[in-house]
Design a protein around this ligand. Structure first.
Ligand SMILES: [Cu+2]
Length: 334
């Protein structure tokens, strides 16, 4: 389960200088650090049970997905990747700036051989004004990283087996979340799991929850979250009454794409065991679904939530089996 670990991993990803600020006041943004800071993080690529591989922030702590890595626009992240496996692999980021040496692809011989350690440098930049009332976008966004060298020159083997994670680039002043969840739709699995073993993310009513959704593999998906909605822009929040962003609760999540947003858990709808799932019906029916448990504000279970969780764990994801089990079988509400 990555729920508890994600925030800690994220704080570690930001570097020790920022950790006290996160712990003290997660809602008030980070202190004004000089733009252009360089932070260093060491990532360990490891073999995991079940023919999986993962990235972790310390030996023996690899997870699928890997830790959420964070940086602020204008800063540089030096990622030292320790390859503890017997496979060629790498780490390749989306959304940030890098040289060919840090590309993470065999095309540039940018990978770790088995047992090798290699440092990749990820840079980022702030928005700048350009001629003609144009603005060159900054690096801020809900991005991701993944292997680009295991199995094939595109890392198809590594991505399929769990070598991926979220990369969050923030703009100074962005609101920080209380909790962070990463959901990766990877072929017919979520975080390389199938329901009912998919992650159950948990928050208390009113907590600010940041979702990062990532697509991988060779199939097209749609991400849907029950009872919550967000603005289809960089942050998921409207910037003001004239913000033209569409407000949505379902978004395409295709291979290589990613997006993120923040919601207040249960806002306007209350606590409960809410579903998230792929809205391609053939995918949700065969296990691309999970739960977002919104507890009461004091952390206690809301009425009906445990029953819903039990139902989720007991129910059939094979449509034929569900039909055969009628009238007692369940199918997903949508
Ligand atoms: Cu799908």
């Amino acid at each position: 389960m990555l729920v508890g670990g994600a925030l800690a991993a994220s704080a570690a990803g930001l570097g020790t200088a920022l950790t006290p600020a996160l712990a003290r006041s997660p809602q008030q943004g980070l202190p004004a650090l000089a733009v252009g800071a360089t932070r260093k993080v060491t990532i360990y690529a490891e073999a995991l049970p079940g023919n999986l591989y993962g990235y972790g922030l310390a030996p023996g702590q690899a997870t699928v997905p890997g830790p959420t890595l964070e940086m602020y626009e204008g800063d540089t992240l030096e990622v030292t990747l320790v390859n503890t496996t017997n496979q060629r692999l790498s780490i390749h980021p989306h959304g940030v700036d890098y040289s060919t040496e840090s590309d993470g692809s065999p095309l540039h011989a940018s990978f770790n051989n088995p047992g090798e350690t290699r440092t990749y440098t990820w840079r980022s930049h702030e928005m700048t004004a350009a001629a003609g009332r144009r603005f060159m976008p900054g690096s801020a966004g809900y991005w991701h990283y993944h292997d680009h060298a295991m199995g094939t020159d595109h890392g198809t083997g590594g991505v399929a087996r769990g070598l991926y994670g979220a990369l969050t680039v923030r703009r100074r002043g962005d609101i920080l979340p209380d909790k962070q969840f990463t959901v990766v739709f990877n072929d017919m699995q979520i975080n390389n799991k199938v329901a009912p073993d998919t992650p159950m993310f948990e928050a208390n009513l009113g907590q600010r929850v940041e979702w990062t959704a990532i697509g991988h593999g060779s199939l097209f998906h749609t991400f849907h979250l029950h009872a919550h909605r967000w603005a289809d822009n960089r942050t998921g929040m409207l910037e003001g009454p004239a913000d033209p962003s569409l407000v949505i609760d379902n978004k395409d999540l295709n291979p290589g794409s990613s997006f993120g947003f923040q919601v207040l858990a249960g806002e306007g709808v209350g606590p409960g065991a809410w579903m998230y799932h792929c809205h391609v019906q053939a995918h949700s029916d065969t296990g691309m679904a999970g739960l977002f448990l919104v507890r009461n504000a004091d952390g206690s279970m809301p009425p009906g939530a445990q029953e819903a969780i039990d139902r989720f764990h007991g129910h059939a994801h094979d449509p034929a089996a569900a039909a055969a089990a009628q009238p007692h079988g369940h199918v997903h509400g949508g």
